[in-house]
Design a protein around this ligand. Sequence first.
Ligand SMILES: [Zn+2]
Length: 478
Amino acid sequence: MSNRFVALQVGAVSFIDEGVSPVLDTFQERAGVNALFLATPTWTRGTGGRQLPDHPLPDHGAQEHDYHWVGGNYATIHPQFYGKTALGTAGRAPEHPDWDIFEAVLPEAQKRGMQCFAWIEESGYAQELRNYPNFPKCLEVDVWGRPAPRPCFNNPDYRNWHLSIVEDYAKSYPLDGIAWCSERPGPLNLLLQSPTTAEQVTCFCPYCRAVAHERNIDATRAQEGYRKLVEWNQRIAAGNIPTDGAFISFWRLLLQYPEVLAWQTLWTESQRQIYRDIYGVAKACKPALQVGWHVYHNISFSPFYRADQDYEEMSRFSDFIKVVNYNNCAGPRFHTWIQNICQSLFADASPAEVYPLMLKLLGLDEVAYEALAATGFSAEYVRRETARAVQDVAGRCNIYPGIDIDIPIASSSHAASTGIGSNMKASSAIAQCSRAQVRDAVLAAFAGGAQGVVLSRKYSEMQLDHLSGAGDALKEVR
Ligand SMILES: [Zn+2]
């Protein structure tokens, strides 16, 4: 009898609205949950707050939208851990300011044998971050040399702030682990989609330039190349395709400015160094902590992003990887992704032509493009993507596929909350989630060799009956 890891992502509001014990009863009875991913800090609706304001509320919790939800850190901030960062102790969520999610949930959950993880979403896109004092000292720099809205991974104030949160959590609470999430794809991946603004194409700040110098990458040439790529991207988005075509003109720029590729790798490597630092800091504070990462949905859609995210290499600094295998919402999301790349890199072809090739490149076998948005991806997709990750990490860390339950497909709020790209337009048709689909996806994850699953994205958007699909699956495998 195996004891498979079954985690569920849940935010502060669910415990406040429904009570700690009733929520945990539901998790255990319906879905066999034995681990909690407690969303803190979070600044996005993807993991925090109630249901998206423009979507119907699920059949539990307060039946009222929290239009003014802000987010942040739902634990007590202990100032002694926040040295060497200009952001200091910024970040306490304004909701429930005297309530500490770990103090409220950990005793009851751990008494029941449930593991507790801090589920930290970096949320570089969030507006709220920019309201914190000194946040402008952490900003990226764009192709035109202007500070850009998001924080830079190489900025020591931003890095130390996140490492401070990790130290605070590790030392202040009897947590079992840290799950960390950053849904940012880097400058070149953004430019392959359309349209992209110059402020999203980063980062050329002095800290990134110093890293480039160490790696013998010419920052001036890289920045020049990215300026030309921004112009290329905007020109194609406007329908003004160069004589030689969108793809060939793109490739020509890569040939002229190979530093562009080097800069994408520098960006990815800078993001990864935060992972390494978090891993090391967490272990230094408490060796038993399990530390792992959420790898966001672009891993399923973009061969370019997939090439960046090498599981084999990630396994060297991971106890687990939560691979996003959301099959229901994958349909509309991939439909949108195809539409967008056909307004940029693949503007020479139509979505219906590009889609089958992308499936081949990604090792997927799904329904025809016209049916995709309304159908979603199959459970077989979950199995394939799980098996690929399990094979890549070769036993060095656990693979916990993310299983989607009732993730809404929204327009702008969806794009912002997933970070797939605020530039992405949503598809109109919507794939519906069901109890049987959840069951099949969980079974497929285990068939692919997963050591566990993470039910996603947040309890406050899930229908109770659909959550029971996970319990149905466990009855078959346990
Ligand atoms: Zn930078």
